[in-house]
Design a protein around this ligand. Sequence first.
Ligand code: 5CA
Ligand code: ZN
Length: 409
Amino acid sequence: MHAWPASEVPALPGKGRDLRIHDTATGGPLTLDPGPVARIYVCGITPYDATHMGHAATYNAFDLVQRVWLDTKRQVHYVQNVTDVDDPLLERAIRDGHDWTALAERETALFREDMTALRMLPPQHYIGAVEAIPGIVPLVERLRDAGAAYELEGDVYFSVESDPHFGEVSHLDAEAMRLLSAERGGDPERPGKKNPLDPMLWMAAREGEPSWDGASLGQGRPGWHIECVAIALDHLGMGFDVQGGGSDLVFPHHEMGASHAHALTGEHPFAKAYVHAGMVALDGEKMSKSKGNLVFVSTLRREGVDPAAIRLALLAHHYRADWEWTDDVLREAVERLGRWRAAVSRPDGPSADALVDEIREALADDLDAPAALAAVDRWAESQNAGGGTDEGAPGLVSRAVDALLGVAL
Ligand code: 5CA
Ligand code: ZN
């Protein structure tokens, strides 16, 4: 699949700091030490509805990771998937009487437009589940042949007990895992499984559903976790720097993915850090396609809201916090954007060298975007109060806000 066009990232004087980030698996901050090419995999959308503020907030967090790395003069190798075949997508297509491929294509196209408008840097590899199937089949066969997977009425399940590291991403107890598995696409109640938590790797063809040639696995379609593992291993290999997603992916998705990869390669870890963004809510409940309590990026854009204001609304919240989208959040972002634009529109202003440092320091400290915004607020306030004669300052602030925060002033 093709991704979306990259907005330019202005070069800044000097060099940013190494990123210290909260790792779910160790439960603490980790100073990442990527090589000259930092490697990141971020779980992409399941394209059955438009991009909502929760998605946008999660992709904003990982866009910041990328921007911090680029500012340390590294290259970034970024991979993202599109779950373009899965139960919720097929169910939605049937409900609405649409062709599932057309639905996936339409919503993926809209996602690309939203990401472009929000100045999210694109992945180098943007890979759909369907196009990954030829790579997934041999991995499932290998797991089965190694005894890490087994067949049940034509379906193939991964055996969580095959990975001694199982549980080390989420650190949940068995009961919590069972509940989340049932809630998030698993089938812990199905009789005949070795362990109720075992996730499906390959689902045998069902009447009326799309299926593909699975060689010795028979006709069918891939499970969800193996999709991301196949794509990540193909394009990044083991031991990449960050696996990212929202906190609803910690279990089972990222736990199972790590176990699949350990069992496949005999190596550990899959990712050096597992990084998770908080959940955005609307009217007190997690924004989700299945509940339908959504604010879409595309709706706001159509209403004429500046994408830079949407981005500022996201940046006003720490990526790990759970927060609520409200009209006030957007109103404050629009006002802030106005103040910042007024401040950089003057020919000179207070020196901005210290400000660039403050933004860099805030982001390197577990992506503290609210602290970065507060620093720009202080500069803008002193500028709008008429203070400073540094001719390069407004331009430097514009470039820094663009390069590090993805906001075009
Ligand atoms: N296709 C899978 C990942 S492989 C998937 O979870 N798709 S999704 O469309 O449901 O979500 C896409 C990304 O947005 C995931 O990282 C998910 O954790 C995140 N996300 C979904 N809802 C919210 C929300 N309310 N707040 C924050 N992030 C969210
Ligand atoms: Zn994923």
